[in-house]
Ligand binder design. Structure first.
Ligand code: FAD
Ligand code: UDP
Length: 393
């Protein structure tokens, strides 16, 4: 009998598995339909021996000391501050827009004070900032919005920024100084030996069993457990009862080039050209030395694995209907980017999972009831249930 069945071995599921197993002595079964742990943060050494992120670049950054200290139990870190260039008007310029972006783009030599005035002169008055277009035009005006944001967003989301919640483009600031870091969080670092190694250490506990290549539907009626933690798409859990929640997908095109370096920055964004949004060069993120280099192109698409919840009012309303169902479902806890339909970064998912752990363990033990049939499973299923061996994955 497991205390918890955890669906999904990404950040949300793995943090909860680790806490419940090591701190509360709970017996945990964590399943993932993919062939690996770590969810979208999964990284691996490719055929050339270069560490790559299968599902696109994952850069860790947080302002939360608690989250950083928690993850530090499972990894050492490589200090890393992310930088991005955007290809605009035939030039590569810093993104987020800063003093150097403006000077380079317009052939000017403004100082910080002057660039502030320059942007103020371009900014449009927007009485109430609601959309992702409003955010940008109210800060830098329409021309820069069109050069850097409009087409990138259309490509990435398949809709105009005016149709997306303000939170989307608000992720990218505008600066009047020369700071060209993509993030300004207190803690910015990459797991020294990669994300997957960090997850392996989180899940390496006798109370945790991992089943890969397993959709939870296939085992849920056969394996006894008391409570479920669900980190997959919330609409799927409820059989799309109210219709599909839109998730934006991506196609990743990985390439290894027979040269030591390729890009002028770890990531180059292409707002206006090409079908892809950005190219990432992994060695710049990981610090790995290698005579070849591996890159990934991201091609946005509507169908496919769900990667991004789409922040807009009608989707939030639909999600709220599912949330109501989720709240009314006893002994099933929904957590993570897909299950709570939130455009969360990794650190936010870790924080959300740690909060849920606290909530679960504050609950009196007696309240935890068996909710699923306790059929002692068929031999074939029980055979699959072996402690994981990272060496074989
Ligand atoms: P996931 O990692 O998606 O894990 C959910 C797991 O559930 C998946 O492995 C899935 O296979 C499994 N699952 C779903 N349904 C079932 C089922 N029926 N049965 C069994 N298993 C199931 N964040 C950052 O902080 N920095 C970044 O630079 C960054 N870059 C990103 C780049 C891209 C392209 C993407 C898509 C995301 C990025 N993120 C980044 C966000 C980050 O990936 C997420 O915040 C984090 O991975 C979410 O963790 P999770 O556990 O909620 O979900
Ligand atoms: N964005 C843009 N141009 C850029 C970078 C970002 O228009 O050069 C917009 C776009 O809508 C994107 C959002 O800002 O989806 C958030 O960007 P971020 O880099 O945080 O996206 P993520 O890394 O989550 O894909």
């Amino acid at each position: 009998m497991f205390d918890y069945l955890i669906v999904g071995a990404g950040f949300a599921g793995s943090v909860l598995a680790e806490r419940l197993a090591t701190r509360s002595n709970k017996k945990v079964l964590i399943v993932d339909k993919r062939s690996h742990i770590a969810g979208n943060a999964y990284d691996h050494y490719n055929e050339e021996g270069i560490l790559v992120h299968k599902y696109g670049p994952h850069i860790f950054h947080t302002n939360s000391k608690d989250v950083f200290e928690y993850l530090s139990n499972f990894t050492d870190w490589r200090p890393y501050e992310h930088r991005v260039l955007a290809s605009v008007d035939g030039q590569l310029v810093p993104m987020p827009i800063n003093l150097d972006t403006i000077n380079k783009l317009y052939g000017l030599s403004l100082n910080s004070f002057e660039v502030e005035q320059f942007l103020e002169s371009l900014a449009e008055q927007v009485p109430v900032i609601k959309t992702s277009e409003d955010v940008v035009v109210s800060k830098v005006g329409r021309e820069l919005y069109e050069k850097f944001f409009r087409n990138y967003t259309r490509k990435q989301w398949g809709m105009d920024p005016s149709e997306l919640d303000k939170s989307v483009t608000s992720r990218v600031p505008t600066r009047t100084n020369r700071d060209d870091r993509y993030f300004t969080d207190t803690y910015q670092a990459m797991p020294l030996h990669g994300y997957t190694r960090m997850f392996e250490r989180m899940l390496d506990h006798p109370n945790i069993k991992v089943m890969l290549n397993t959709d939870y539907h296939d085992i849920v009626d056969f394996i006894p457990f008391k409570e479920m933690i669900f980190t997959g798409p919330v609409d799927e859990y409820f059989d799309f009862k109210y219709g599909k929640l839109p998730y934006r997908s991506l196609e990743f095109k990985h390439e290894t080039l027979n040269q030591e370096n390729y890009l002028a920055a770890p990531v180059v964004n292409y707002p206006n050209d090409n079908l892809y949004t950005r190219i990432t060069e992994f060695k710049a993120l990981t610090g790995q030395k290698h005579p070849k280099t591996s890159i990934v192109y991201e091609y946005p698409k509507a169908e496919g694995d769900p990667y991004y919840p789409v922040p807009r009012l009608e989707n939030a309303e639909l999600y709220n209907k599912y949330k109501k169902l989720a709240d009314e479902t006893p002994n099933v806890h929904f957590v993570g980017r897909l299950a709570t339909y939130k455009y969360y970064n990794m650190d936010q998912v870790v924080a959300q999972a740690l909060t849920l752990y606290k909530k679960l363990t504050e609950k009196p033990e007696e309240a935890q009831k068996v909710v699923k049939p306790t059929i002692i499973g068929s031999a074939s299923i029980m055979e699959k249930l072996v402690p994981r061996d990272p060496a074989k994955e």
